[in-house]
Design a protein around this ligand. Structure first.
Ligand code: HEC
Length: 148
């Protein structure tokens, strides 16, 4: 019995650490409120899905007993589609994809493409911060979706 208690302590820390990794943004509070009723809301933190797939997951959870209003579920799907949306490889994505996926301007997307053409592939987040014409604060909340 004692061993079981001790073994569960690191798991609790892990759950707390994961919860902090959830991106801040519209719909987060609704998501945490409704989606942590049965399991830690942070189960989604490493998942990257399209809006349609999130819609399907949320429908599945409704079938399992998740309770909320239509507006609340809409907010949850919006939150997940944005912050847990598909991954974006900043070295391979086209300017158009960068623009739509990361919700940046046409000129910011062009600046990312120009930077990688001039200087080679981005290797880490710090490289993206060097793109002068990109407002890095805008894409900071989407950090979890960006790959190199
Ligand atoms: C009524 C209880 C309940 C609520 C509320 C609930 N879920 Fe679940 N969820 C489950 C159960 C049970 C499973 C495990 C399903 C399985 O393993 O087959 C699960 C599993 C999941 C998984 C899969 C995890 C994995 O590792 O593959 C995701 C993602 C998920 N839930 C998201 C959500 C979201 C988003 C919400 C809020 C809309 C939510 N859940 C609310 C019961 C719930």
């Amino acid at each position: 019995m004692k061993r079981l208690v001790i073994a569960s302590i690191p798991l609790l820390f892990l759950a707390a650490a994961e919860a902090q990794d959830l991106a801040d943004g519209p719909g987060k509070d609704t998501f945490v409120k409704i989606c942590s009723a049965c399991h830690d809301a942070a189960v989604v933190v490493t998942m990257h899905n399209s809006k349609d797939d999130w819609q399907a997951t949320v429908d599945d959870m409704k079938g399992r007993g998740a309770e909320g209003s239509d507006d609340e579920f809409k907010a949850i799907i919006g939150y997940l589609a944005k912050y847990q949306g598909p991954e974006v490889n900043v070295n391979k994505a086209t300017a158009k994809d960068l623009e739509t996926q990361l919700e940046i301007t046409t000129s910011e997307a062009a600046a990312i493409v120009k930077y990688r053409q001039d200087k080679g592939d981005f290797k880490e987040w710090a490289d993206l911060q060097k793109v002068a014409d990109l407002d890095i604060k805008k894409i900071e909340p989407l950090k979890g979706r960006i790959t190199f």
